[in-house]
Design a protein around this ligand. Structure first.
Ligand code: HPA
Length: 267
């Protein structure tokens, strides 16, 4: 990873961001419009870095500032369903941690299981369930990580409070709930969704959990926001498509950008 880190340091004149963000499916807009003095580096330029193959994931690192804070944004992430191992899946957060961030804002698109959630709604992630069947910390310990990180409060309480206040200020409705990550890439069956509902799960997706586990192992505080792109399988009477995910993200881009900016003012 030294080669990767050295390259980014040199391309960004040793900038030291304090906040790192991963922008998931269709959520790239924020970084395109809201980052000042942006330095954009395509993942394909970064030595030792995986490539985004997932649709709707641009594959750029953007360094700059917003609301007076120094930020690094990852437009696009890596998923297990692309065939990547957990090391590659966490390459984004690993690099941001090496760059020195202390705060990690993670976003994703997910299917709403909670009947109160509709396509286009946003949810503050309060907790997660790892159903990916893997963990990025398996293997020899990396310097700076904790062997058995506590996950009791994986999503920072203070950041959650600030995000809720920011949502009120931005006039954006923000649900709260538990996110479950599956490996994908098939969507869930209605029976699986009924099972998750009975366990108290609110949304389901195919990402985020590995990055959050890694961030916690480095002591980085985490804020998670999920865009409900569709009602989960069997709940809407409609079949699920990947286009629906992008349409919902596109429709919600203003509320997401507004919320993000308001959050960045206060954290
Ligand atoms: N299931 C899993 N992942 C998803 C969904 C879903 O319904 N929507 C967006 N990502």
């Amino acid at each position: 990873m030294t080669e990767t880190l050295d390259y980014i340091r040199q391309r960004t004149e040793d900038k030291t961001p304090s906040i790192g963000m991963i922008l998931g499916s269709g959520l790239n807009e924020f970084a395109d419009n809201c980052i000042q003095d942006a330095i954009t580096i395509p993942y394909s330029d970064i030595p030792g870095f995986p490539q985004s193959t997932a649709p709707g994931h641009k594959g750029n690192l953007i360094m700059g500032s917003t609301e007076g804070k120094s930020v690094v944004c990852m437009q696009g992430r890596f998923h297990k369903y692309e065939g990547y191992g957990m090391k590659e899946v966490t390459a984004t957060i690993r690099l941001m941690a090496d760059l020195g961030i202390d705060t990690f804002i993670v976003t994703n698109a997910s299917g709403g299981i909670n009947p109160a959630f509709n396509a286009g709604d946003l949810m503050l992630i309060t907790d997660h369930v790892n159903n990916i069947g893997d963990n990025p910390l398996i293997g020899p310990m990396e310097p700076g990580t904790v062997r058995f990180p506590d996950m009791s409060i994986a999503y920072d309480l203070d950041l959650r409070e600030k995000a809720e206040a920011a949502a009120t200020n931005a006039g954006v409705k923000l649900h709260k709930g538990v996110y479950l990550a599956n490996p994908g890439p098939s969507f869930e069956t209605p029976a699986e969704i009924r099972a998750y509902a009975s366990l108290g799960i609110d949304t389901v997706g195919m990402s985020t959990v590995p990055e959050v586990i890694y961030a916690r192992s480095r002591g980085i505080r985490v804020l998670g926001i999920s865009l409900i792109s569709n009602k989960a399988a069997g709940l809407s009477g409609q079949l699920l498509t990947e286009e629906e995910v992008f349409e919902a993200a596109n429709a919600a881009k203003d509320s997401i950008s507004g919320l993000m900016q308001e959050i960045l003012k206060t954290i």
